[in-house]
Design a protein around this ligand. Structure first.
Ligand SMILES: C[S@@+](CC[C@H](N)C(=O)[O-])C[C@H]1O[C@@H](n2cnc3c(N)ncnc32)[C@H](O)[C@@H]1O
Length: 211
């Protein structure tokens, strides 16, 4: 049976984490921010290079491991990049706590944790509810870019994204190359690019315009 004190402590900790993230995001980002978002940025190799090459774009990388975010922030500081932020945050919580007007121009998910065992597949980040939440924040011209070295996850993500009402996989080149830590260790990998489904986007715009 659950210990009610520990459960209460857990909920209090989560509420505090949520509040701190909301405060941080609202202090950091313009209310109508157009973002390049990397989920699971690790040591920040990819997004630092991306932000350097795209000084006009605001980039935010998140990860749940503090040491990785510290290292990423040191890279950002060494490169003097004012258009780049690395934050300790969980992906779904980040989506929930972004300022209401913030939108994604690009989303990168590079070498996400593969969770190879069948009973752990539920922990994979690419799931229909996650894709719906990202689509709610995606500009009509946004790209969702996914790369993995674990072939079964690639097949699963491809099928899940392509079957999703908000997304379609497109035959477009990978927009920007920079080797990540996990990429450097991978013997091979596969990539996909997806765009918001135009029909679902129209529906969403019409719905929000109509109240
Ligand atoms: C396999 S590593 C890849 C890191 C980096 N993208 C690379 O290619 O070197 C996956 C990263 O995703 C982070 N991660 C896992 N689940 C996450 C979540 N729900 N939200 C944010 N980051 C997450 C992990 O902490 C880890 O740093």
């Amino acid at each position: 049976m659950d210990n009610p004190i520990r459960t209460a402590q857990y909920h209090a900790r989560m509420a505090e984490r949520r509040r701190a993230l909301r405060e941080r995001l609202h202090g950091l980002l313009p209310a109508d921010a157009h973002l390049v978002w990397e989920l699971g940025c690790g040591h920040g190799h990819f997004l630092t290079a991306y932000a350097e090459a795209h000084p006009d774009q605001l980039c935010v990388g998140i990860d749940i491991v503090g040491d990785r975010i510290d290292r990423a922030n040191r890279k950002r500081d060494r490169a003097h990049l004012a258009n780049l932020h690395f934050l300790l945050a969980e992906g779904r919580l980040f989506l929930e706590e972004l300022p209401a007007g913030a939108r994604f121009a690009e989303v990168f998910i590079l070498f996400p944790d593969p969770w190879p065992k069948l009973r752990h597949h539920k922990h994979r980040i690419v799931q229909p509810d996650f894709l719906a939440a990202v689509a709610q924040r995606a500009e009509p011209s946004a790209r969702l870019c996914f790369r993995t070295d674990f072939a079964p996850y690639f097949e699963d993500a491809h099928a899940t994204i392509d079957a999703h009402p908000d997304w379609r996989v497109v035959d477009e080149p990978w927009p920007f190359e920079q080797e990540t830590v996990f990429q450097s260790r991978a013997p091979s990998y596969r990539s996909l690019v997806a765009r918001p489904h135009p029909f679902s986007h129209k529906m969403r715009t019409a719905k929000s315009a109509g109240g």
